[in-house]
Write a protein that binds this ligand. Sequence first.
Ligand code: AMP
Ligand code: MG
Length: 398
Amino acid sequence: MESLEVVQARVRNAIPAARPATVSVRDALGLVLAVDVIAGEAVPPFANTAMDGYAVRAADTADAPVRLHVVGDLPAGYAPTIPVGPGEAIRIMTGAPMPEGADAIVMVERTARDGTDGVMIEVAATTGDNVRPPGGDVEVGDEVFHAGDVLTPAHLGVLASLGYTEVSVYPRVRVGVISTGDELCEGPGPLAPGQIRDSNRPMLLALVTEAGADAIDLGIGRDDEAAVIEMFRAAAASCDVLVTSGGVSVGDYDVVKAVLDQIGALEWWQVAIKPAKPFAFGRIDGTPIFGLPGNPVSSHVSFELFARPALRTMMGHTDPNRPVVTARAGAAMPRRADGRIHFDRVRVHYDDDHYVAVRSGAQASNALAAMASANGLAVIPDGLGLESGDPVPVMLLT
Ligand code: AMP
Ligand code: MG
C-alpha cells in the first residue's frame, strides 16, 4: 500500500498547470482571477443622494424649521438641469446626481410639504449629509482585486460596476464522467437479474459541478476492453479531464485498469485509506484520467481526496482542499487496526464553542445513504479508533 500523501503528490505533479482565458462575467462565479483588477472608473461615478428627500444648501437650514422654495423634481437616472439657489430646494430621489448649488440632502422623513411650491425643513443639515461622494466605493486606480481571488457574487457585481463584461480567469475544466460495469442499468425500468442502477455517474457529475468544473455525461462503458479503449480515446480528445468509476480493483473484469495498462497510461495504487483503497490514474494523450473505485462511497471519497483537489488546482485555486476542523467525537468511533487511515462519514455540528462529530450511519463502502446524510469525513488514524470526546480532524464537505 502507498500512503495517501504519496499518491496525492504524484497526482499533483502529473496534472497540467492552470491556463487563463477570458470569460464572460456572468459565467465567472467561483472562478479564480488570473490578473489584478485596477479600477478604470470611479464608483459611484458622480456625487449623488443616499436618500429620498430634498437637496438643499446646508447654510439655509441653520435656523430650522425653515421654509424653502421647491424649484424642481429629480429622479434617479437624469442629469440635473437647474441649480439650487439660496432659499431653494429640489425634491430628489435616491441615486439622483447632486444638483449644482446643493451640498446636503434632508431626508424626506424630516420634511413636510408646504403648498405646491414649498417644503418645511424640520432639522438643520450639515454640508455632506446623505451625499455619496464620487469614488466613495471605488476610486480610479484602486487595486480592487488580485490575481488568485475567488470570484463571489459580490465580486461579479463590482466588476459590472466598473464596466467589465469579460474577465481573465482560469476557466472551468471540462470533465467527462463515465461509469463502467456490465451490471449497470440506466433509467426507471425494472432491473434484470444481477443488474443494479448506476448511482455513481449522477453523483460524480454533481461532484464535478460542485467543484466548479463543467461536467459532461459520457454514459456507461461496458466491461469490454476494445469498446472502452475507443470510448476513452474519444473522451480524452473532447475533455480536459476524465473521471471514471469501477474496474480498478483486483478482480478479473477490471476494465479501466486493463485498458489504461494497454494504452501504457496506467498508474495504479492500493492507497492506505478506507474506503477507496484502489485508485488508478493515467494520462490518455495528455488528458488526466481518474479511475475511481466502483463502490459508491469509495467513488465519492476517492473523488474528494484525488480528483477534486486536482480539478481545483487546474482551475487556479491556490488552496484546492476542503476545510478541515478539529471536532470532538460525540460518541465512540471504534475501528480495527489495518494500516490505513479511515475516512468515516460523519455528521458535524457546532455546539456552543466546539464542533461535535458523530457517525452518520453504516460505514460500508456501498452504504451511500450514510454518505448522503454526512456533512464531513472524520480522519481516523490507524489504531483502535476514538473514545467519545476525543479530538478528531474532520474534512467539511459542505
Ligand atoms: P468494481 O470496482 O467495478 O469492481 O465495482 C465494485 C462495486 O461497485 C460492485 O459492487 C459494483 O457493482 C459497484 N458499482 C460499480 N459501478 C457502479 C455504479 N456506477 N453505480 C453503483 N454501483 C457501482
Ligand atoms: Mg466493475
